[in-house]
Design a protein around this ligand. Structure first.
Ligand code: NDP
Ligand code: 2IT
Length: 446
């Protein structure tokens, strides 16, 4: 078995040189899915995983725009259309200086499995740009988004490819891109998700990823005994996912001790309550301030510059910032300090070394493709509402989100249950794989 996996990875690596994040995501899937393929005659000999790691289409394009000083800026835009076996390409857009082909291919690859797990008909895609929205004025962001969409519009559509937000792309950016798409196509369609409520958006979409990860954590913990109530919870990030993960944790009675950004983390030993979280949301979303500003209003809290929050003792850790933000040393420290559950809000936040530790210590560990699927799931519900030309209530969408997170948890149990332990990595990868692989086999060699 090891040789089959090694040979497969060597071939993929040869074809995708200098793409470490993509190879990291493929390796994790190959190690769990190849043994399943070898055991199942329907998949064996079909070269099915090799077909899945090859994007159906990669678009890369120039984005030229003029900044407030009237200087011409050039960025690179991308859309990776990874797999459309079970539905149109679906996945977010990331605007961050670290964006490159490797990062977007890893995200698009993960998205195939995640979208399959949601139970909704969505294929896998991802896109973005190396544009950095930080310290840019609203008009600069608008000009960038308009230029970006002026090329992207010809590759997407409500039945073809439906982008959404991710790091650096929130409601402001989705609005500017939607406006430009509508102008170019002269069509009002659900081509993007994460839209504003008055122009085709869904209630609960802003909250969905953060709420979803906490619903998933709650499911894992209840399956194992007691829920999140009364537990100490350490969260990283302070963007969309982290904010609503914190909100739901507080609502369910957990104690949120930390939040972070790329400058460091804040530790509030008394717990971040609803009032403090509302202040933090204003700081981050309206003033676009750094996380250290939190301690100016709440001086009992501490700010630790250039550090990550994994050194704070907790029972539950929810990484919600970015890939590879939690390494094996962090994992050792978390486990030593009593952590029993890790639910990933971000995509691939734990390094392979950290994941090995979680699995070897049999702690409850959910990979992002299972636990952060609530965001894209409610995007799928936004698409459904757009097609119906109808809006569901907040309670209706929240109930559907909870039910989907429950179904994903069940799929992980179905494929990941081992003696006295649930391997959620194996469960999520195989459950996500089976649905897409069956569709690909049915559709022939394309
Ligand atoms: P936001 O842009 O709203 O927030 C990102 C947060 O992560 C910020 O606090 C940011 O800090 C921090 N961060 C980003 N890059 C780094 C870095 N290199 N080092 C340290 N901190 C960093 O993005 P989201 O909350 O939407 O996304 C967070 C994660 O969740 C990503 O992995 C994303 O792919 C994933 N995700 C998002 C979904 C969604 O619906 N939005 C759905 C599923 C997953 P700073 O401001 O300093 O950059
Ligand atoms: O990583 C993700 O799942 C997202 N950024 C959300 C994608 C979406 O289409 O809502």
């Amino acid at each position: 078995m090891d040789k089959v996996i090694k040979d497969f990875l060597a071939e993929v690596s040869k074809r995708n040189q200098n793409e470490p994040e993509f190879m990291q995501a493929v390796t994790e899937v190959a190690e769990t899915v190849i043994p399943h393929i070898v055991k199942n005659n329907v998949y064996y000999g079909q070269n099915i995983l090799m077909r899945m790691v090859e994007p159906e289409r990669v678009v890369s394009f120039r984005v030229a725009w003029i900044d407030d000083q009237e200087e011409i800026q050039v960025n690179r835009g991308y859309r990776i259309e990874m797999n459309s076996a079970i539905g149109p390409y679906k996945g977010g857009l990331r605007f961050h200086p670290s964006v490159n082909l490797s990062v977007l291919k890893f995200l698009a690859f993960e998205q195939i499995f995640k979208n399959s797990l949601t139970t909704l008909p969505m294929g896998g895609g991802k896109g973005g740009s190396d544009f950095d929205p930080k310290n840019r004025s609203d008009t600069e962001v608008m000009r960038f988004c308009q230029s970006f969409m002026t090329e992207l519009f010809r590759h997407i559509g409500p039945n073809r490819d439906i982008p959404a937000g991710d790091i650096g792309v929130g409601s402001r950016e989705i609005g500017y891109m939607f406006g430009q798409y509508k102008r170019l196509k002269n069509e009002f369609t659900g081509v993007l998700t994460g839209k504003g409520i008055s122009w085709g958006g869904s209630l609960i979409r802003p909250e969905a990823t953060g709420y979803g990860v906490v619903y998933f954590v709650q499911k894992m913990m209840e399956h194992n005994g007691a829920g999140i109530k009364g537990k100490k919870v350490v969260i990283s990030g302070s963007g969309n996912v982290a904010q609503y993960a914190a909100e739901k944790t507080i609502q369910l009675g957990g104690k949120v001790l930390t939040l972070s950004d790329s400058s460091g983390y804040i530790y509030d030993s008394e717990g971040i309550n609803e009032e403090k979280l509302a202040h933090l949301m204003e700081l981050k979303n309206i003033k676009r301030a750094r996380i250290s500003a939190y301690v100016e209003k709440y001086p009992k809290a501490k700010f630790f510059a250039s550090k990550t929050p994994w050194e704070i003792a907790c029972e539950v850790a929810i990484p919600c910032a970015t890939q590879n933000e939690l390494n094996d040393k962090d994992a050792t420290l978390l486990i030593k300090n009593g952590c029993i559950c890790v639910g990933e809000g971000a995509n691939m936040p734990s390094t392979p070394g950290a994941i090995n530790q979680f699995i070897n210590h049999k702690i409850l560990y959910a990979p992002g493709k299972a636990s952060n699927a609530g965001g894209v799931a409610v995007s799928g519900l936004e698409m459904a509402q757009n097609s119906l030309r109808y809006n569901w209530s907040r309670n209706e969408v929240d109930a559907k989100l909870q039910s989907i997170m429950g179904e994903i948890h069940q799929s992980c149990l179905d494929f990941g249950k081992e003696e006295s332990f649930v391997n959620y990595v194996k469960g999520a990868n195989i459950a996500g794989f089976v649905k897409v692989a069956d569709a690909m086999l049915a559709q022939g060699v394309v």
